[in-house]
Ligand binder design. Sequence first.
Ligand SMILES: Nc1ncnc2c1ncn2[C@@H]1O[C@H](COP(=O)(O)OP(=O)(O)OP(=O)(O)O)[C@@H](O)[C@H]1O
Ligand SMILES: CC(=O)N[C@H]1[C@@H]2OC[C@@H](O2)[C@@H](O)[C@@H]1O[C@H](C)C(=O)O
Length: 377
Amino acid sequence: MEPVSREKSAVSVLRAIGLMSGTSLDGVDVALIETDGERRTTLRASGYRPYTDEERALLRLALADGATLTSRHARPGVLAEAEALITRAHAEAVEGFMAEQGLSRAEIDVVGFHGQTVLHRPERALTVQIGDGPALAARLGIPVIHDLRAADMAAGGQGAPLVPVFHRALAESRGMEAPLAVLNIGGVANVTLIGPDGELLAFDTGPGNALLDDLVRERTGRPFDEGGAIAAAGRPDEALLAWLLTHPYFIRRPPKSLDRNWFSHRIVAHLSTEDGAATLAAFTARSVTRALDFVDSRPSRWIVGGGGALNGEILRLLGAGTGAEVVTADSIGWSAAALEAQAFGFLAVRSLKGLPITYPSTTGAPQAMTGGVLARP
Ligand SMILES: Nc1ncnc2c1ncn2[C@@H]1O[C@H](COP(=O)(O)OP(=O)(O)OP(=O)(O)O)[C@@H](O)[C@H]1O
Ligand SMILES: CC(=O)N[C@H]1[C@@H]2OC[C@@H](O2)[C@@H](O)[C@@H]1O[C@H](C)C(=O)O
């Protein structure tokens, strides 16, 4: 990443900090970007504030309590405590990052705060991200854009994925040739397909790393399959895979989005750890290649971000399945780890400017629409 610049930005270019705590519950990603929210984007430094084991345990309980929610404002069970934790952890993430980078609050125009998803049920028009935007703005002394999924979902959209407009802006600002695919493999995997004329098609493809993480944690106590080594040592259960891919989610045309807990690692309970991991890695890769069912022009290049970019076995299977060039975000000068946090910085700037963040072809919104709520300190 380029170092932080000190020169005065052009008026329309704002300096934003983006924050993401994803479905993997590993920690808070922080990223600094300078952008006009359109074609000019410079990626700056990024950081990370991991959750402690105790925090992660509380967040897992919050996902369980989240599954019972029927209103996006209720905070029963541990959810109120978890929301305070999320707000505090994000504040610490920003404060730590700003100290590291020698940044003062006056140098940051806006913070984009995703929060932590504890429930996502688009079929019930319900998506819940915990995290207190006004409290974060007050503590940091910086304007915060939060609740970025709510307006889209209220209008009939899926509320996800939100990153496609950022993927396209980044690809265009770098003069990349389309058709192109940008794939995020987090807990859930989502793809942005950019057509020859810049048209977007985006959706959640299926599970990312979440099932593999759950299996590996249960069987070995380790948090994930480092490099994909366990999966690479096993053999996928082809019959099970074929059956899994008949699930209606994969046949349904986009727009579509998933909750982290839609599928469970228990589908491979009867297999050895290696064969189970191989089956789940292949499930992720094959559900991604199903995205090709929905495009006219096949991307010749796939750029992969998210923690799954470090899973060599998933990357290998993707290359075989797509027949395309598969590269990691890091290998082209982007950051696989920071891509989502950068996106929330970019989305915050678009939100401040009243620019659209979701579209009929990304979330199924009825028209291009802006979103996000501004909390002033
Ligand atoms: N060295 C590694 N080898 C293999 N996999 C890894 C490695 N490091 C991280 N991962 C995977 O990446 C995951 C974290 O990815 P990421 O931070 O992109 O997810 P997230 O942002 O929480 O999810 P989402 O995008 O669904 O919100 C880990 O849970 C793990 O599965
Ligand atoms: C509801 C929710 O939090 N969804 C996440 C999740 O993680 C990956 C995938 O599922 C994606 O749809 C989304 O996050 C990214 C940042 C997005 O909205 O683009």
